[in-house]
Design a protein around this ligand. Structure first.
Ligand code: HEC
Length: 219
């Protein structure tokens, strides 16, 4: 019996230490406070994403025409604003980086960001974008992903924008990436309320029916 206890506690301990080793980022995450219902923010985020991120990253599970429909643009607007008219509306959102170049200059492939917000959460992306700082040797480092090979792409903004505008830009990009991670999220939320309302009505009806059935029976 004692052995069994020992074995169980050993298993629990090892599982929790593995979970810790797999660990999240080294720093506490800031709340992104982004809002998927804010279409202006999504539009700004899409344009910022195109200007600041698509040089290296794709969101290849999104098509331009789907983005247009969801953020409130026409088909022409989306390719003008996000692809400088160099893509068709039915294309998926590919990076402008030519294959192999990233390996040469950055030493790694920038990941596709379609599901990054699902994987790491919007708060992580918001924190990561703003976690660049100069280390003691005067090189950029990121406290959310130490030693990252991604440069501080928002450096110009960080230097020249008012802090709240820089924060808002990071929030808009995060908003766009959360949207891209699950374009149907709002529909799912809205449907959820309808389903719960339907179930409540059904509950009421079944309760009334039950009362009706048992009315004449003494119990
Ligand atoms: C110059 C190329 C380049 C640009 C531009 C760029 N990135 Fe990256 N990004 C990378 C590389 C390379 C990695 C992989 C970093 C690593 O593993 O160290 C990366 C990784 C990431 C990650 C994953 C971080 C993690 O924890 O694994 C996110 C999120 C990200 N980038 C977001 C963005 C956003 C948002 C923008 C635009 C504001 C952007 N990147 C612009 C090169 C770039």
């Amino acid at each position: 019996m004692k052995n069994v206890f020992l074995l169980i506690s050993f298993l629990i301990l090892s599982v929790s230490s593995v979970a810790q080793a797999a660990g999240g980022p080294a720093i506490e995450l800031e709340k992104a406070n982004n809002n998927l219902r804010d279409q202006d923010s999504l539009q700004r985020g899409a344009v910022l994403f195109s200007n600041y991120c698509m040089a290296c990253h794709s969101v290849k599970y999104m098509r331009y025409n789907r983005i247009a429909r969801d953020v409130g643009w026409s088909d022409d607007e989306v390719v003008a604003k996000m692809a400088y008219n160099q893509a068709k509306v039915v294309d998926d959102v590919q990076t402008r980086m030519l294959p192999g170049v990233a390996m040469d200059i950055l030493g790694t492939e920038p990941p596709d960001l379609s599901l990054m917000a699902r994987l790491k959460g919007p708060d992580y992306i918001y924190t990561f974008l703003r976690a660049y700082h100069l280390d003691e040797n005067g090189n950029w480092d990121n406290s959310a992903l130490k030693g990252t090979s991604m440069p501080n792409v928002l450096e110009g903004m960080q230097r020249h924008y008012a802090p709240e505008d820089y924060e808002q830009a990071a929030r808009d990009i995060t908003n766009f990436l959360e949207y891209a991670g699950e374009p149907g999220k709002l529909e799912r939320f809205d449907l959820g309320w309808k389903v719960i309302a339907f179930l409540l009505v059904l509950l009421l009806l079944t309760y009334l029916l039950k009362r009706e059935y048992w009315r004449d029976i003494k119990h």
